[in-house]
Design a protein around this ligand. Sequence first.
Ligand code: MRU
Length: 373
Amino acid sequence: MPSVKTIRTVFWEDGAVVLLDQRALPLVERAVICRDYRQVVAAIKDLTVRGAPAIGVAAALGIALGARSLTASTPAEFRAAFATICQQFAASRPTARNLFWAIERMRACCDGALAALPAHPTPPSPGRDPFAHLREVLVAEAVRIGEEDVAANCRLGQAGCGLIPAGARILTHCNAGALATAGYGTALGVIRAAAAEGKVLRVYADETRPVLQGARLTAWELLREGIPCTLITDNMAGYLMKKGEVDLVIVGADRIAANGDTANKIGTYGLAVLARAHKIPFYVAAPLSTIDPSLPDGGAIPIEERASAEVTHLGGTRTAPEGVDVWNPAFDVTPHELISAIITEAGVIRPPFAAGIERACAPSSLCGRSPIP
Ligand code: MRU
């Protein structure tokens, strides 16, 4: 599948974490090369890398980068320094489950490898690094997390493709594409798979105020791919549905609770209400690493609030009066009652979601690990 390879959002190369700078798109295509894990933390905070799965992969690679240079002479020292690195990633953005899932996986990998080492490596000779192998194991685990994300997206793309009718006119919100993942995308993964089968007539991309992920990123991805795309502002979606121009809505997710309530980019909830009012199916596409079965419902999902400048300014130019009060939640929660199906790499989960999510998140599965303390 060529599109998996062509957009490389986040990857490991020559001992560094490489990020496609999403702040600069679509005007400039440039990479940010991170040689210090703190650069990766900063890149997650400032949206150089964004989108729940991409944030998780960036954190995993960043943690591996940090582990390569941390200094320790005993396993206990290594574990403590490693935990400090993990905490900095955990504090970078609060909503995407994939971030915490990836941190937990890196920590489990580290703990497992440390347990195999003697408590006091001997002799601590100068020039010999007792943790050299462990550091490389962590890099390999982080790279694997990225590869698994692409594979999961390709699988969920195929699973979701069956839901797309021929000649579909699809509305999407934010960017849940290759840029938001390690490759291929979730909502756009389903659209890519359906487009490959000739089913997609047109994708309507919501602009997605205030950060414009739809206008800047989704439109860019779809144009590159040759998938017909029409950009609309967020407040046009209702009228478009009323005119009978939308057959289905499909979005990604940042965190899905055990009952199917779904946090995604601000504006998603409004779209789900509109879709219900117009009797249009509303689908969520996400890998299992986005599911947080420790939360019974969406009420407990932490919702990030971002800087007021995202609302008061457009492209660096002030559009609102100085001193105005601003509320800027980056995400909202769509209640499970408004969701027609959740598409994962384990298949399509239909309502009632609790049972399907529990099955998908069985202990051997990818979700369902305990939250970071
Ligand atoms: O603030 P962002 O750009 O990180 O928000 C991204 C979204 O809300 C996406 O829709 C979500 O992460 C799904 S990405 C596959």
